[in-house]
Design a protein around this ligand. Sequence first.
Ligand code: SDX
Length: 439
Amino acid sequence: MSVTAPSNATSTATITLDATGQSTKLPLLTGTLGPAVADIRKLPAELGIFTYDPAYGGTAACDSKITYIDGDEGVLLHRGYPIDQLAERATFPEVAYLLLNGELPNQAEHAAFTTELNNHTMLHEQLRHFYNGFNRNAHPMAVICGVVGALSAFYHDSLDINDRGHRELSAMRLIAKMPTIAAWTYKYTHGFPFTYPRNDLNYAENFLHMMFAMPSAPYQVSPVLSRAMDRILILHADHEQNASTSTVRLAGSTGANPFACIAAGIASLWGPAHGGANEAVLKMLGTIGSKDHIADFIAKVKDRSSGVKLMGFGHRVYKNFDPRAKIMQATCHEVLGELGIKHDPLLELAVELERIAIEDEYFVSRKLYPNVDFYSGIILKAMGIPTSMFTVLFAVARTAGWISQWKEMIEEPGQRIGRPRQIYTGAGPRDLVSMAERA
Ligand code: SDX
């Protein structure tokens, strides 16, 4: 396939092989915001070499219009809108619409979108029985991984990725059904009866109602908690090409159906280095126990042989405060105040831990600051959500981002299957000897 310099190449970078003097000019591509990107696609053909970037720290795998992060400045934009404005003044369905369609909805579009979401909040009744196959003490992430992957066994009328209607229907189904799947997972793993979705409630209210309503008594959703939940969902909705989004894109590049791709994203999010960090932060705070143990814990973190990390700190892209962490901390104080929790030992411990860490040379020199996961668990715990459900909540929110990124990739002209290369460091060619002759 001949690679032509894309129309937005503004300048070039020359790469020369010292051994042979061969050289080629790489187009430098520029986006709306952010650094220039060297287009290396012709390197194998022209110089017979690949590039090497094992954790993709310096590699742009795609171009995208959805989210922009400036890690040095601590900036996060969704379709150009700053995350703090969206968190303060939009709702999660509005943000989901924005991620999917590129613009915020007007009133008519918002009404149609929320009505369409409401039409898809229910699960096929057979899926209720699917839960019975899981151990009651299964980790909720194991359950949603299975249930979301199983959706492709039920919704055959939205599997054709080449059909725009199918793509849009699967996107709506996933965004609408994730709260039901998550709430039923919580209920199942606690032996409680399922609560069905209600169309008279908004997205966040419906989720909390399915989580906590019981048939034995009426359950009134707290407006404070539903607003906090809506904001938490917004803060987790999308985040450029993180590990789980890249997983969804790579799975999608093979033509796999959208439900399978989102299940792959859920599996990837589960890791403690990624979406599993919110659960790990609560465990870490529990291990530290009290403020007077912080110094010992920090010493352990600095001792690399301990393998202990300060969970909820650090980020591949943010080398400044994660803007979401600041909003999350403010929401923490709001929710605890509204709940009449005068002092929350976990929050006080987290605030003190942050204060010490951000003044400590070890963290400052490595540009390690709190990320989105550092405070989220404290709010969720105060809202009555068990630690094992924290990453499930992250998955509910990130489904809007994952499916928007998936849709953008599928609709990209000339989209191809992702297939990275490697440096081979194994044995050279050798002949097989029979078992009898082997030492
Ligand atoms: C999310 O990518 C995204 O956008 C993800 C996310 C999203 O919305 O999708 O933002 C969500 O996953 C947030 C991150 C949640 N994970 C955690 O909080 C787990 C703790 N953090 C680390 O595991 C780590 O910071 C990562 C995984 C987040 C980032 O890993 P990097 O970029 O590979 O970090 P690095 O290894 O380059 O770190 C540089 C240095 C190293 O020390 P040196 O080898 O230079 O001596 O900082 C150290 C690291 O050892 N370091 C930490 C640390 N994070 C990095 N040391 C102690 N505690 C930490 N948390």
